[in-house]
Design a protein around this ligand. Structure first.
Ligand SMILES: [Zn+2]
Length: 408
């Protein structure tokens, strides 16, 4: 629940200018208050938020209608005013969908307002071999399957966020470039909306940014306000969290650690540059360096198994990858002074072999002994899709009236 709740702040006269803006804002105040503080009566909500009782009753009525709150039981004695019906978050009301298109899979996740996972599906696919239209057709089928499942549980999907492995223009809902998919200038949100049919709030974001947020809200980085997330997902993605917020940069494409140049004269990268971190630590160069059987269905698990067995070629490749990660993360540490770096995607299950080399490089390269802690994700490959569902829920919690137009 705390993964969704944010600060409650009652409207103050200078903050908002019109009555409807005040009402929208206060809807969020009441919903967040119940999320943060738990079930309570209208009278208690009024007393604690400073809103008057009539206003709270009207706002709660709207939130009940939107299916975001539910009414149950009578509040115990010892609270403000006469005992009244307890208002609680509707765990069996709204869900948000996280969707993910990655190079080698598609996935969907439905999360309820209390942060509970209600449905999950994943399909392996070679999306590099397919055009964007074909992949979005399949993603829409996964969405339809999810909608059938959540409806069968009596839940209503209110929105979806798509996680993508490339540069995402969040405001326009487009994907200007995804070198590892070979896609450019795809109007993801419009194309997906046309395929889904059902009215849903729909937006898109970069997969590593969403995974970084999942780590901040619900993973190993809870309570860490400044960290660099680095994700192995065929390519290498990154997400920067500063002051507890995602740092996107002026054009919104910040955090692309995979394309930090670690070897100026190095190999050509899919992005057109040379010697990017991804050319050293992307899945293909890592597996090529490790040797072993090609065409494995579970290459990362096989690499971990070989490393556990002491295979010298596997251990050397992992140590080498750790060195390049350490070089890149040392630059990040000197630039941003993060408290931690978080290893996600396929770097997480390999963290035991990568971390010693990363720490060695960091301790040699970071000034002032301000070496960030190296943490391994426990959300694994689900981080991005979980972050995608969570960010959509947070937008609804911040402004519940958004969903008024998409109730189906
Ligand atoms: Zn590159």
């Amino acid at each position: 629940m705390t993964a969704i709740a944010r600060h409650s702040a009652v409207w103050t006269p200078n903050a908002l200018s019109t009555p409807s803006a005040v009402r929208r804002h206060n809807l969020g105040v009441v919903l967040r208050h119940v999320l943060e503080r738990g079930p309570r009566s209208r009278a208690t909500i009024a007393q604690e938020t400073g809103l008057n009782k009539t206003t709270v009753s009207r706002l709660v009525g709207e939130l009940l209608e939107l299916g975001l709150l539910t009414e149950r039981g009578i509040e115990a004695r010892g609270t403000a005013g006469r005992p009244g019906h307890v208002i609680d978050v509707a765990r069996d009301g709204a869900v948000a969908l996280g969707l993910e298109v990655n190079v080698d899979y598609l996935s969907v996740q439905a999360t309820d307002l209390a942060g509970g996972s209600r449905y999950r599906a994943r399909e392996t696919a070679d999306n590099r071999a397919a055009d964007s239209g074909t992949v979005l057709d399949r993603l829409a089928e996964l969405v339809h399957g999810a909608l059938v499942e959540v409806r069968a549980q009596g839940l209503r999907a209110i929105g979806a966020t798509v996680a993508l492995p490339g540069l995402v223009d969040v405001a326009r809902g487009t994907l200007p470039a995804a070198p590892n998919l070979g896609w450019s200038d795809v109007a993801i949100v419009d194309e997906l909306r046309a395929r889904i049919g059902t009215p849903l709030l729909l937006d898109a974001d970069n997969e590593a940014n969403l995974a970084a947020l999942a780590e901040l809200w619900d993973g190993v980085a809870v309570g860490v306000s400044d960290f660099m997330y680095v994700s192995g997902q065929v390519g290498v993605g990154g997400g920067i969290v500063l002051g507890g917020e995602l740092f996107r940069g002026y054009r919104g494409f910040g955090g692309e650690l995979g394309h930090m140049v670690v070897d100026a004269a190095g190999a050509l990268c899919a992005c057109g540059s040379r010697g990017c971190l991804e050319t050293r630590c992307g899945l293909e160069p890592l597996l090529a360096a490790a040797g072993g059987a090609p065409l494995s269905r579970r290459p990362v698990a096989d690499l971990a198994r070989r490393a556990r067995a002491g295979d010298p070629e596997a251990l050397a490749a992992l140590d080498d990858c750790g060195v390049w990660l350490g070089v890149a993360l040392g630059n990040v540490a000197n630039l941003l002074s993060p408290e931690a770096v978080v290893l996600g995607g396929y770097f997480a299950p390999l963290a035991g072999w990568l971390t010693p080399a990363i720490e060695r490089e960091l301790s040699e390269r970071v000034l002032g002994a301000a070496v960030p802690q190296v943490l391994a994700s426990r959300l694994g490959a689900e981080a991005a899709v979980r972050g995608a569902a969570a960010i959509q829920l947070r937008r609804v919690v911040a402004d519940p009236a958004r969903i008024g137009s998409v109730i189906s």
